[in-house]
Design a protein around this ligand. Structure first.
Ligand SMILES: [Zn+2]
Length: 294
């Protein structure tokens, strides 16, 4: 038994794994969270020798925020990629990123993780957005491009019936990619969808990502999804959106508002063709979606 005083952050779905892990330590405290980190999370003091996060992006970001300047141990169970980045996102009236230490990644031993299908889709689309936005970023370099390609390769395996292991690994590579480039256009448009309409982060990305792939291109990565071309991949991604889980029409999204708010985030200008990016341009790119959800 390790004589450390640890805090293990987890969610309801990773509770059993967290409790099992806690047995390895002399003094374990557990914190079960059910939502994204808020400003309140940043006020929690760190009285522990080691903070550990077992779960998805919100769990790992919460652990990073509590741990302050000490590296956490991150055991990811989704494709959020938060274990590869040096920041955490805090959500409130608006959202902000806080610089953190990069976690120490430990892949889960027990890969019989059961994620509800909507969570699987949501986290896959989030990681796909990280991968493509990184490729479209003006900050991309050979190492980030390689990470994006490895991510899409793993996510493609998952898409074709692979295991959660492929999903997590793809998410980690996508996390490496955005650690270099940061996210840009898809995430900028997704934030107002989450903040005003309550659409979860991954699903907000899922709703708009396919339209941006049509515009910015897929860097021939459709082959990893075994599609003959980019159009075929885009068609399938659009049809994978879990409309059964969220009735987008009911939300009566004011797209003009969403697109306007997206420009609050400077990251939008790290997308390639940055000089062309305008509210009108985004309106045209996602026009079909606007028509369908009106
Ligand atoms: Zn994301």
């Amino acid at each position: 038994m390790k004589t450390k005083k640890v805090l293990i952050v987890h969610s309801k779905s990773t509770e059993a794994s967290a409790k099992k892990l806690g047995l390895q330590y002399y003094d374990s405290t557990f914190l079960c969270i059910s939502g994204v980190p808020s400003e309140y999370t940043t006020d929690i003091s760190n009285e522990y020798e080691q903070v550990i996060g077992v779960g998805g992006g919100s769990v790992i970001d919460t652990a990073k925020l509590i741990s302050k300047d000490k590296r956490i141990i991150a055991i990811p169970t989704t494709a959020a990629g938060a274990c590869m980045t040096t920041y955490a996102t805090v959500w409130g009236e608006s959202k902000r990123s806080i610089t953190t230490k990069k976690p120490i990644l430990v892949m889960p031993k027990d890969l019989k993780i059961k994620l509800p299908i909507t969570i699987q889709l949501s986290t896959m689309f989030d990681a796909l957005s990280h991968s493509f936005e990184s490729l479209w970023s003006t900050n991309s370099n050979s190492s980030s491009k390689l990470s994006s390609c490895l991510a899409v390769k793993d996510l493609g395996k998952f898409y074709q019936g692979g295991s959660i292991k492929h999903l997590i690994s793809g998410g980690n590579h996508a996390g490496e990619a955005i650690e270099v480039t940061k996210t840009n256009i898809v995430h900028a448009v997704s934030y107002p969808l989450t903040l005003k309409y309550g659409i979860s982060h991954g699903l907000a990305c899922a709703l708009v990502l396919p339209y941006f792939i049509t515009y910015f291109g897929d860097h021939a990565l459709h082959t990893h999804f075994k599609h003959r071309d980019s159009d075929s991949l885009v068609w399938h991604l659009k049809h994978m959106f879990p409309y059964y889980a969220i009735d987008v029409k009911l939300l009566k999204i004011d797209w003009k508002y969403v697109i306007h708010k997206a420009f609050r985030y400077d990251k939008i200008y790290t997308t390639q063709h940055k000089h062309k990016i305008s509210e009108n341009m985004i309106y045209e790119i996602i026009y079909e979606l606007i028509k369908e959800t009106a």
